[in-house]
Design a protein around this ligand. Structure first.
Ligand code: HEM
Length: 182
């Protein structure tokens, strides 16, 4: 079993040791920067804007909302598909799982601020307000699941990753059932 005890033991100050750890930091920095850039490139590669861009000339605010809604839902779908394969090996795929979850989190934050399509039946103003709040509440639940998945990925906890994945599927089903999307 791994313990973290050694981190709590005071160790004598040694100039040699701190010099070596400084060197390690300088050697690690470019590597970390490279990794960060790779993750950034992976996110960019998905090619879809996550936050609303300016409307095209002649595009109504409603159409822009709808466009961004679809793009971010599609982003969630791509993330979910990638995740399903990646979590089969959380140790080998830890970095890719984190990048995927980070993008999904951005998609979830974006859809939180967008307006779901209005249902066909007539709604009074307070009913429509409640509808949007119920929608936001479900998105917040999904965000909580995405954060739990990130913690599971950091611990390389395969069981928690599988559970989180199932919870994501349930959020999708519940959200789509309740907000009349088939
Ligand atoms: C992992 C979770 C989810 C995935 C993978 C997902 C995926 C999708 C996809 C692929 C679409 C179709 C986009 C298009 O028009 O091409 C969509 C639409 C939609 N989703 Fe989700 N979704 C998820 C979670 C949710 C949740 C939690 C809610 C509600 C709280 C929700 C509400 C909606 C609504 C209302 C639409 C219809 C948008 C429209 O007709 O314009 N989704 N989703």
């Amino acid at each position: 079993m791994r313990t973290l005890d050694h981190q709590h033991q005071p160790h004598p100050k040694s100039p040699m040791k701190s010099k070596r750890s400084r060197t390690t930091i300088w050697l690690t920095l470019p590597l970390a920067a490279g990794l960060a850039l790779t993750s950034f490139a992976a996110i960019q590669d998905q090619g879809e804007p996550i936050t609303p861009t300016a409307a095209e000339p002649g595009q109504s605010a409603e159409d822009l909302n709808h466009e961004m809604f679809e793009k971010n839902m599609k982003g969630l779908m791509r993330g979910q598909k990638a995740l399903r394969k990646l979590i089969a090996d959380p140790t080998a795929n830890q970095a890719a799982i984190m990048t995927t979850l980070e993008t999904m989190e951005k998609n979830a934050v974006a859809v939180y601020s967008l307006t779901p399509p209005k249902p066909e039946e007539e709604l009074s103003e307070p009913e429509w307000a409640l509808y949007r709040i119920t929608y936001k509440a479900q998105i917040v639940e999904m965000q909580a699941t995405l954060l739990r998945l990130q913690m599971a990925a950091l611990r390389t906890d395969e069981e928690a990753l599988q559970d989180g994945y199932k919870a994501l599927q349930a959020h999708k089903k519940e959200g789509h059932d309740q907000f009349k999307f088939d």
